[in-house]
Write a protein that binds this ligand. Sequence first.
Ligand code: ZN
Length: 243
Amino acid sequence: MADKIRVTVWNEFRHERHNEKVKSVYPDGIHEAIAAHLRTQPDFEVRTATLDEPEHGLSQEVVDQTDVLIWWGHVAHHEVQDHVVDRLQKAILEGMGLIVLHSGHYSKIFKRMMGTSCALKWREADENERLWVVAPGHPIVQGLPERIELPQEEMYGEFFDIPEPDTLVFISWFRGGEVFRSGCCYYRGKGKIFYFRPGHETYPTYKNPEIGRVIINAVRWAAPVKGPEITWDNVQPLEKLEK
Ligand code: ZN
């Protein structure tokens, strides 16, 4: 890992170009709103990438220079090429962090890393969302109050078909009655994955400083560590084995 944490913010970037309502909330794209939080951190090196760039902006060179990848997608998950997904999976298993946001629950890379359907309930009804911190000692909640209030969001409800998280950091409540595991940590190989629920494209959620704080903290948590080189396959014993 370099001295700085190298973050790539990936966004599908379709709603913001084709939907006037979304464009008015995120005129420069969701990726730029997220990147604006990250750029306040002097030890982060931030770049963005979008679906319609060659190789979706995720060439082998870019992936090799990424410590943590942030993912926002919704209507075009199927357009992400499988060879790029293979490349990302390999990088994650070798230590790259992955932060999957909101509708990214149905992205190819998240479903690949989870191995389940990642299905959930949803409703767009301008409900308020209350995210409760349920892991108060976790690095992702550094500097947060015990709950985050979002005045309007899309509802996501349980059952969310994901593997049991290694650590559950947030649970969301919605006015309509549903609850949701909205901050989920996983280890996969040498890599770390954080799923974070909020961020429907018609609401200014990514301009909320507490949401920005969570994403900054998640980048630090998910960044690779200089761990040991691992030895695989057939090995010699460390002690003399006598019969
Ligand atoms: Zn949504």
